[in-house]
Design a protein around this ligand. Structure first.
Ligand code: GLN
Length: 498
């Protein structure tokens, strides 16, 4: 069976029409992954036994007349920082290399009930810290569009798995861009929900005031379906909010979408933005206007402080969250003379260089004498960044509903290109971090240009052709809990090219 291009929608249709059974589909996915993943390295583990049990259940439900359910038989890949009971959950770190989850994350419980089938756990940057998946302690994941390039990060495995047809959809986590940036690099759709829309219970914490779980999918429509399934209040996560998303998420109406005003922030089109990316975003502006959506220029003046602010708040939270990992309950234990030496050796052996860098940075900015100078200043700057968005969305301010921006300054970079220069790696998140600091929803959607194909054909130089053919994403940022606005525009944008 040809599994290429299968979406949540088409799996559902295929199961109902009996084009295939859930077991057949699951087996076909595993045999495809076992070949293809040799070159991509998206997965850390496969869970074939669990998947065969889950798909059997789906087939029984179909033959009993219950039907597959919305996500029945849908093959999902899960980032390796989300707990699935009984399976390894390493966060791509040596310190958790032998850890097996003793319970399901709340969203996993929901997905199990929905009938979805899990393929395995995907590679990532250690503890979700990085932009290329090169910080994994175990393997390097390759971008399916060009094997010499990174898939982005930190959810690089989840993005690459969907992009290479090794999953129908997947889940990742986004703290400062880790869903949106790899989605843009791999040419798939990635949604970071509003902070509080999806439960974080059972997600290994990186920076708790920023972390959110979200979907990677092949279409915006699938993103809406999967997001609807995983969202909702959970009493195990006190930051999750009671908010029920209605039908507008799945069936947006063009009249409602045309009422939305889209703002284009000048600060996102400044120095450092690759010309090819900028040109493509301008094509998206034209497409939105074709749909009857009005756009206008706006300013978000504190954008330039977002990266520095994030690199104080995030490591502060990282240093607190990772302090619980001392190698005593998890990972391999080093030989030591006393307790202090045991902690030192376990943490020294267990954490990779990027984790150590951030633990040190975080401990520094929280230490007495520096707390006021760095951490509390950064919190004030975070409030200013949030205010910029409030003003943009306020009817007495710019009065816009959605912001259109690039996701990343460039398309996917080469493996090894930025590993020795952490600052240039950090800069690849410059356009995704502001929405994370403000806690608002944002989506990365692959840009489809009609003219692109001709341009590539005409361009003679091979390297030019290569980088022109790499995926580029655009970002839509919405108001708190207005995922329906960004998913709605995205769904109509997608229809322009169907
Ligand atoms: N790349 C960013 C970082 O390294 C974002 C990570 C994330 O969103 N998990 O912190």
């Amino acid at each position: 069976m040809d599994i290429k291009g299968l979406t949540i929608k088409s799996v559902h249709r295929g199961l109902i029409k009996k084009d295939f059974s859930s077991q057949e589909l699951t087996k076909d996915f595993f045999s495809f992954i076992k070949g293809k993943d040799k070159e991509i390295n998206a997965y850390l583990y496969l869970c074939e036994n669990l998947a065969l049990e889950q798909s059997k259940e789906v087939d029984i439900n179909i033959s009993n007349g219950k039907g597959p359910g919305t996500l029945g038989g849908v093959l999902l890949a899960i980032k390796d920082n989300i707990l699935i009971e009984g399976l390894p959950c390493t966060s791509a770190s040596k310190i958790l290399k032998d850890y097996k989850a003793s319970y399901d994350a709340s969203i996993i419980t929901k997905l199990k009930k929905s009938g979805s089938v899990f393929l395995g756990k995907t590679n990532m940057d250690e503890f979700a810290m990085g932009s290329s998946t090169e910080n994994s302690a175990f393997k390097i994941t390759h971008n399916p569009h060009d094997l010499e390039r990174v898939p982005g990060g930190s959810s690089g495995g989840s993005a690459a798995a969907v992009s290479a047809d090794m999953a129908v959809a997947s889940l990742g986590s986004d703290t400062g861009g880790s869903i949106r940036q790899p989605a843009a690099f791999c040419g798939v759709v990635g949604l970071k929900p509003t902070y509080g829309a999806v439960s974080r219970y059972g997600l290994t914490a990186m920076a708790s005031s920023l972390d959110q779980i979200g979907p990677f999918t092949k279409t915006v429509e699938d993103s809406a379906i999967l997001f609807k399934e995983i969202s909702g209040q959970d009493y195990m996560d006190s930051t999750s909010v009671s908010m029920s998303y209605g039908d507008e998420l799945l069936n947006p109406k063009i009249e409602d979408i045309q009422k939305l005003k889209v703002g284009i922030p000048e600060e996102y089109f400044a120095e450092g933005l690759d010309k090819n990316v900028g040109d493509k975003i301008n094509e998206v502006v034209k497409d939105l206007e074709k749909l009857g959506i009005k756009t206008k220029k706006i300013s978000l003046p504190h954008t330039k402080y977002a990266l520095s602010c994030y690199y104080i708040i995030m490591p502060a939270e990282v240093s607190a969250n990772l302090s619980r990992l001392d190698g005593i309950r998890y990972g391999s234990r080093e030989k030591a003379k006393n307790l202090l030496e045991l902690y030192e050796k376990n943490r020294d052996f267990g954490f990779g260089p990027e984790s150590k860098r951030r633990i040190l940075l975080g401990t520094f900015v929280l230490s007495s004498g520096y707390y006021d100078a760095y951490y509390s200043q950064a919190q004030k700057v975070r409030a200013l960044i949030k205010k910029d968005f409030d003003k943009a969305f306020d009817p007495n301010g710019y009065g816009i509903d959605v912001i259109l921006a690039p996701v990343t300054p460039t398309s996917a970079f080469k493996i090894g290109e930025k590993t020795n220069d952490p600052l240039s790696m950090y800069l690849s998140d410059i356009f995704t971090i502001p929405a994370s600091l403000a806690g608002i929803p944002a989506i990365s959607i692959p840009i489809k240009t009609q003219t692109n194909a001709d341009k590539i054909q005409r361009s003679s130089a091979l390297s030019q052709r290569k980088s022109a053919s790499l995926p580029v994403g655009f970002q839509l940022i919405g108001k708190h809990f207005r995922e329906s606005d960004i998913l709605g525009i995205g769904q109509f944008y997608e229809k322009l090219y169907n």
